[in-house]
Design a protein around this ligand. Structure first.
Ligand code: F6P
Length: 328
């Protein structure tokens, strides 16, 4: 049977926002227009699909946004879309406009919704990995990760200045949900003395022993970067333990929080968002359906949505060795 040609594409952002989402929206819309398609923006992720908050988009709708953080389409996490009733409503709203292709920019949770929707209804879905957490397999980078890490690095560098001035031990908690990529990358890049991530077992006794040894040789300025999802605990928990076990140390805790999600996207994020957005429309036109578009080894890479939601990126042993050797 001949593939039905896609004529109208809807684009949405879902889950936590990530810098570069606007660049991706721009690429999707402008590529679609280039191919003569009608383009629509779905507001507030799947919520807008269910509540029929869908707007036509032209080239001007996406002007002057490539450099802006956040998402002009707004975003949300929709519980209703995880119910069949919600997905049916969403489908009807797309159908009545003749939207026959969907691009979803979001993370793991957003792809789970897309996967269900694509399996139930005749509207093909393409996912673009948009999350600061980099916790999705099938792409070396996710849109937003590079900017978030650079924000964390800038903040941690500043913290080191004040730590140095006061001879303090700082515990800095970074985001990442269940993944330790932001902590790993920002920790290595700032020369953190300890990096705590959920992917490895945190040996608190070893950390205390090494900080005690440093205290003895008067190395009092130390940075511990901890991923919020570390199984041992976040910044506050680690801070409380260290304060208790190292009574002579001058310890402060800093939770970086949502600052990591905002700001103008880095060049890398703008580039990958533009490439992925462009490729998503070509996928729909060529009949490559229900995949996530990623970039691996600097080449476009397509992962079936089913696999994208199942697999996680694995932290390579090389990275972990670097942490061990350099953070001593
Ligand atoms: O997934 C992106 C992320 O920023 C995580 O790193 C963090 O755990 C979570 O979202 C925070 O979500 P919210 O903005 O809903 O508090």
């Amino acid at each position: 049977m001949a593939e039905k040609k896609v004529t109208k594409i809807g684009v949405l952002t879902s889950g936590g926002d990530a810098p570069g989402m606007n660049a991706a929206i721009r690429a999707v819309v402008r590529t679609g227009l280039y191919y003569g398609l009608e383009m629509f923006g779905v507001m507030r992720g799947y919520s807008g699909m269910i509540e029929d908050d869908i707007v036509p988009m032209n080239s001007r709708s996406v002007a002057n946004i490539i450099q802006r953080g956040g998402t002009i389409l707004k975003t949300a996490r929709s519980a209703e879309f995880f119910e069949l009733e919600g997905r049916k409503k969403a489908y009807e709203n797309l159908k009545k406009r003749g939207i026959d292709g969907l691009v979803i920019i979001g993370g793991d949770g957003s792809f789970k919704g897309a996967q269900k929707f694509a399996n139930e209804f005749d509207i093909p879905c393409i996912g673009l990995p948009g999350t600061i957490d980099k916790d999705i397999a099938g792409s070396d980078f996710t849109i937003g990760f590079d900017t978030a890490v650079n924000t964390a690095v800038e903040a941690i560098d500043k913290i080191r200045d004040t730590a140095d001035a006061h001879d303090r031990l700082f515990i800095v908690e970074v985001m990442g949900r269940d993944a330790g990529y932001i902590a790993l990358h920002s920790g290595i890049a700032t020369g953190a003395e300890n990096i705590l991530i959920p992917e490895t077992k945190t040996d608190i006794e070893a950390i205390i022993a090494s900080l005690t040894e440093k205290e003895k040789r008067k190395k009092l300025v130390n940075l511990v970067v901890v991923a919020e999802g570390d199984k041992f605990g976040g910044g506050n928990e680690i801070g409380a333990i260290l304060k208790n076990r190292l009574p002579n140390a001058d310890i402060r805790v800093c939770i970086l929080g949502h600052i990591q999600r905002g700001g103008s996207p880095s060049c890398l994020d703008r580039l990958i968002a533009s490439r992925m957005g462009f490729a998503s429309v070509e996928c729909l036109l060529q009949g490559t359906h229900n995949v996530m578009v990623g970039i691996m080894n600097n080449k476009l890479h397509y992962t079936p949505l089913d696999n994208a939601v199942k697999a996680k990126q694995k932290i390579s042993d090389d990275w972990l060795r670097i942490v061990k050797i350099l953070a001593s």
